[in-house]
Write a new protein. Sequence first.
Length: 91
Amino acid sequence: MTEVVQAKVLRYAIALAMLGREDALARLHDRYAAAFRTLPTAAAFEALTAAIGAIDPATVSAAMSAIPSASPAGDIANLVDAAPAPSGPTG
């Protein structure tokens, strides 16, 4: 699993946890647990997909710090960053 995919999944887990969507977190865990098992971000994934009541703020903070800094734009991120700034409104 690439760092981009890891970052996307972990960010999605954070969003689901913030919304209190335990059902969706459980499905996310079921879908990706095996893929994360051998990755450096495994502990972050497990912490973020745990039951809502089992997550403490320090664990979430540590998990968020472990998210790869890979851009969700993936391989085109450099192109997005290099795009010229838009000029003012026209017309």
